[in-house]
Design a protein around this ligand. Structure first.
Ligand code: NAP
Ligand code: 3JN
Length: 339
């Protein structure tokens, strides 16, 4: 349990990664009450430092007995590390906010988006899970609509940027783009196929039911966060040659009829959401605009003319910020507020 203090010893595990880097920046930008920042990564990062409030912080190698004295640990070093180290950190008295899929569906672990289910933070036992990026931006936009009109079914297709796969994937997109523009051959390594000038309907591993793990994360996590197993959800997740921000085409069917204007009004009042929807002026959200911003942007809101109570919309957010690092820091801020 977190004890109320003026400032906290905070750790970022996986600090040198795409998400970890963003966590450090966000802690600094939001002036998080940090007494001391400890940064952990693998032995590959030994000797490196990162800047925090204009001072260098040394990267420490992650090991089993580093957690004593740490109040809050933001984990983003992959599920394997989380499975092994998060319980050790929690045992040492630290509150772990874990960005991986390791603990998300564990019934003993709350899965939290602060705009949607902050109440679930009350029952944590030392580990709190941060949802998948595609789930986070979708539930921030859909939860207020669910409250108003009860969503019966969601059909979502994602357009996910390469930063969702990490630093190496960002390098791969850059290198392939530059090679192809210079008429050179490319050899895919992070993805199974060319990602530059292409779209891959394949994120994470394929499962026996024909869906990918990423698609089933969206289904299961959405039901857990929204606290409603009855919502029927089907997802198709697609990797696109964009560096930052995920986009989603979302179709919902509600119990109660809502007009497009009513949806716009609900979302205009929703925390963390910006309605960006004036198609007559070519105004709609897109990834280049949402990159490095905190809000979830919603546009192209319209009634689905093929069913009785249907709405279509387009949801865009920065996957490294609201989809990962920012949501984790907001969980920590909410925990402090509730302490
Ligand atoms: P990344 O850019 O590849 O960075 C991986 C980080 O983990 C690096 O800091 C790396 O340290 C560290 N690491 C790897 N193996 C380690 C080990 N054995 N011991 C200690 N540290 C180790 O990946 P990323 O995109 O930041 O993603 C990291 C993780 O965050 C993912 O695996 C996933 O679980 C989670 N994630 C969640 C979301 C979400 O949707 N909420 C989105 C993206 C990622 P070195 O630099 O020393 O190698
Ligand atoms: O691909 C994306 O856009 C999001 C990727 C998330 C991710 C990447 C590697 C491992 C995850 C995740 O958060 O679900 C994991 C994982 O922890 O399983």
């Amino acid at each position: 349990m977190l004890k109320k203090k003026d400032k906290y010893v905070v750790a970022v595990v996986g600090a040198t990664g795409a998400v970890g880097n963003e966590m450090v920046s966000i802690l600094e930008e939001r002036n998080f009450p940090v007494e001391r920042l400890r940064l952990f990564a693998s032995e590959r990062s030994e000797g490196k430092t990162m800047e925090f409030h204009d001072k260098p912080v040394e990267i420490e190698i992650l090991s089993e007995n580093v957690f004593k004295g740490i109040d809050i640990a933001l984990f983003s070093a992959g599920a394997e590390r989380s499975i092994h180290f998060a319980p050790l950190a929690a045992k040492a008295g630290c509150v772990v906010i874990d960005n991986s899929s390791a603990w998300r569906m564990d019934p003993e672990v709350p899965l939290v988006v602060p705009e949607v289910n902050p109440h679930d933070l009350k029952w944590h036992k030392g580990i709190i899970a941060n949802p998948n990026c595609s789930t986070i931006q979708m539930v921030v936009a859909l939860s207020p609509i669910h409250d108003a009109a009860k969503i019966k079914r969601i059909v979502v297709t994602t357009f996910q940027s390469v930063s969702g796969t990490g630093r190496k994937a960002m390098d791969e997109l850059l290198n392939q783009t530059s090679a192809l523009l210079n008429f050179k051959d490319i050899k895919p390594s992070v993805y199974p196929h060319q990602i530059a000038f292409n779209c891959l309907p394949h994120i994470d591993k394929f499962l026996d039911n024909g869906y990918t793990k990423e698609e089933m994360k969206m289904v299961n996590e959405t039901q857990k966060i929204m606290g409603d197993k009855s919502i029927r959800i089907t997802a198709t997740t697609v990797r696109v040659p964009v560096f930052r921000s995920h986009s989603e085409s979302v179709n919902i069917e509600t119990e109660k009829k809502l007009s497009a204007n009513e949806v716009r009004a609900i979302l205009s009042d929703a925390p963390g959401v910006v309605v960006f929807d004036a198609p007559e002026k070519n105004i709609y959200p897109f990834p280049a605009d949402a990159a490095c911003k905190d809000d979830v942007y919603v546009g192209r809101i319209r009634e689905d003319e093929s069913i009785e109570n249907g709405i279509n919309m387009w949801i865009v957010a920065d996957n490294l910020r609201k989809g990962a690092a920012l949501n984790a820091v907001q969980i920590a801020e909410k925990l402090i507020e509730m302490t």
